[in-house]
Design a protein around this ligand. Structure first.
Ligand code: HEC
Length: 201
């Protein structure tokens, strides 16, 4: 990956996180978040440092579909773990390992079930994440790391199915779609306690 594209990826991810944060608190919604770029002086920064470009509406659109725990707003699509295995080998295994075991600094996506209360907790999609819907959302918006926002909905269903299958949560033939995904119960679904503090208004 060239230095230029690294900065581009970091820039887009940082800006979209800010837009998503604001959208969650109701200040802006969807593509209106694009107005932020001016306040941030993105164009001026780009000129000063000689790299990057202003984020466009299309850039934001790739990232601003938040799918919450209930799965509201999931797009139509379908995929099984078997289908996901092929995509995973091409787009994900280089960093996360062929079986999701992780590599170097890249996190494992498999294993660790029943380890969370031990001396060596291993938080992964299988052991830690409480909702399959947010796995879908994360992969959809943030992966593959060097090219986020490029996967089609059915590819994300297939990849999520494969991650769940590798963790023994569903079988490789199980079809994930906008209806079956929210019904999947993750092993650590009840492992979180609600935070009683009031949300920021
Ligand atoms: C270039 C390396 C790279 C590639 C390729 C890649 N990832 Fe990742 N992935 C990462 C890094 C780095 C993180 C941690 C990001 C962070 O914590 O901010 C991560 C985090 C994740 C997580 C969250 C793990 C956790 O428990 O926090 C999931 C799920 C994931 N990736 C899935 C995928 C899938 C599916 C693909 C293929 C479509 C993929 N990744 C491709 C580097 C990569």
């Amino acid at each position: 990956m060239s230095r230029r594209s690294i900065f581009y990826v970091l820039g887009v991810v940082a800006l979209s996180a800010t837009a998503a944060d604001l959208a969650r608190h109701g200040y802006v919604s969807g593509s209106k978040a694009v107005g932020l770029k001016k306040g941030r002086g993105a164009a001026a920064e780009a000129a000063r440092y000689g790299f990057g470009r202003e984020a466009t509406t299309a850039d934001f659109a790739k990232h601003d579909h938040l799918i919450g725990s209930k799965g509201t707003g999931l797009p139509k699509g379908r995929g099984t773990g078997k289908e996901g295995r092929v995509i995973y080998a091409q787009s994900c295994a280089a960093c996360h390992g062929l079986r999701g075991e992780g590599s170097n600094d890249y996190p494992p996506l498999v294993g660790g079930q029943d380890s969370l209360k031990s001396d060596k907790p291993l938080p992964t999609v299988g052991s830690y994440w409480p909702y399959a819907t947010t796995v879908w959302d994360y992969v959809n918006r943030a992966m593959p790391y060097q090219n986020p926002g490029t996967l089609k909905p059915s590819e994300v269903y297939a990849l999520t199915a494969y991650l769940l299958a590798m963790n023994g949560i569903v079988s490789e033939d199980f079809e994930l779609n906008e209806r079956t995904l929210p019904a999947v119960k993750m092993p650590n679904r009840d492992g979180f306690v609600p935070d009683p503090r009031p949300d920021v208004k």
